[in-house]
Design a protein around this ligand. Structure first.
Ligand code: URA
Length: 204
C-alpha cells in the first residue's frame, strides 16, 4: 500500500509562525478583520521593515504592503537600493482595524493595548529573522520597538536601540507621505524618506 506524504505546511520556522498567527485571538481585532496579515520575506533578511498595520487592501489580499502605501514603499525602497524581495516586511499589528462608513472601511490607528498584544508576534519574527537592522516606519512601529512613538520627525534617520539591543532606524510611514496635501511638501518628504531607506541600506 502506498502512503502519500503529508504536505509540509510548516516548511520553515516562519511558515510555522504564520500558521500559528492565523488563529490569533490575543486582542479583539481578529473579530472584524478578514485574516491575520503576517510578515513576509526571507528568513535570513538583514533588514526588517515594520509598518503600522495592514490596510483595507492588505486585509483582503492576505499580504502586507500591497496597497497604495505599499506601492510607495516598494518604489522608494527600490530607488534607495533596498530590494523588497531581500527585506522582511511586517507590521506592528497584524489585523486591520477599521470603522465601517457605508461601503467604505476607514482605517483606525491601533491602540497601545493592541500594539502590546501583537508584540508577541513581532518579537517572534525578530527572534527568527535576527535582522541586523529594523526600520520602524511611523509612530506605531517606533512605539512597538522602542517604547515611544513620540517626536518621530525629530528622531527619523537616527538609529536607536530596540528589543535585544537590536538597531532600530526610525522613519515616517509612507501613508504620511500620501496624506500630505501640498505637492512640494510631499516631494520634499519623499526625498527624506528615501534618504532614510538609503541609510538603512548603508548600515547593513
Ligand atoms: N500600512 C501598513 O502599515 N502596513 C501595511 O501592510 C499596509 C499599509
Amino acid at each position: 500500500r502506498r502512503m502519500t506524504m503529508p504536505e509540509n505546511l510548516d516548511a520553515t520556522p516562519l511558515d510555522a509562525l504564520a500558521r500559528e498567527a492565523a488563529g490569533c485571538t490575543r486582542c479583539p481585532l481578529y473579530c472584524d478583520a478578514t485574516q491575520t496579515i503576517f510578515g513576509e520575506g526571507p528568513e535570513d533578511a538583514r533588514v526588517m521593515v515594520v509598518g503600522e498595520q495592514p490596510g483595507d487592501q492588505e486585509d483582503l489580499a492576505g499580504r502586507p504592503f500591497v496597497g497604495p502605501a505599499g506601492r510607495l514603499f516598494d518604489e522608494q525602497a527600490k530607488a534607495a537600493g533596498l530590494v523588497r524581495k531581500g527585506v522582511y516586511v511586517t507590521n506592528a499589528v497584524k489585523h486591520f482595524k477599521f470603522v465601517q462608513r457605508g461601503k467604505r472601511r476607514i482605517h483606525q490607528r491601533p491602540d497601545a493595548g493592541e500594539v502590546t498584544a501583537c508584540r508577541w508576534w513581532l518579537d517572534r519574527e525578530i527572534a527568527t529573522v535576527k535582522p541586523d537592522l529594523i526600520v520602524a516606519m511611523g509612530a506605531t512601529a517606533l512605539q512597538a520597538l522602542t517604547g515611544s512613538g513620540k517626536g518621530i520627525l525629530k528622531r527619523r534617520g537616527g538609529v536607536e536601540s530596540g528589543p535585544d539591543d537590536m538597531r532600530v532606524l526610525a522613519t515616517v510611514h509612507p501613508s504620511y507621505l500620501l496624506r500630505l496635501p501640498d505637492r512640494e511638501a510631499r516631494a520634499r518628504e519623499t526625498d527624506l524618506f528615501r534618504a532614510d531607506l538609503a541609510r538603512a541600506r548603508d548600515l547593513v
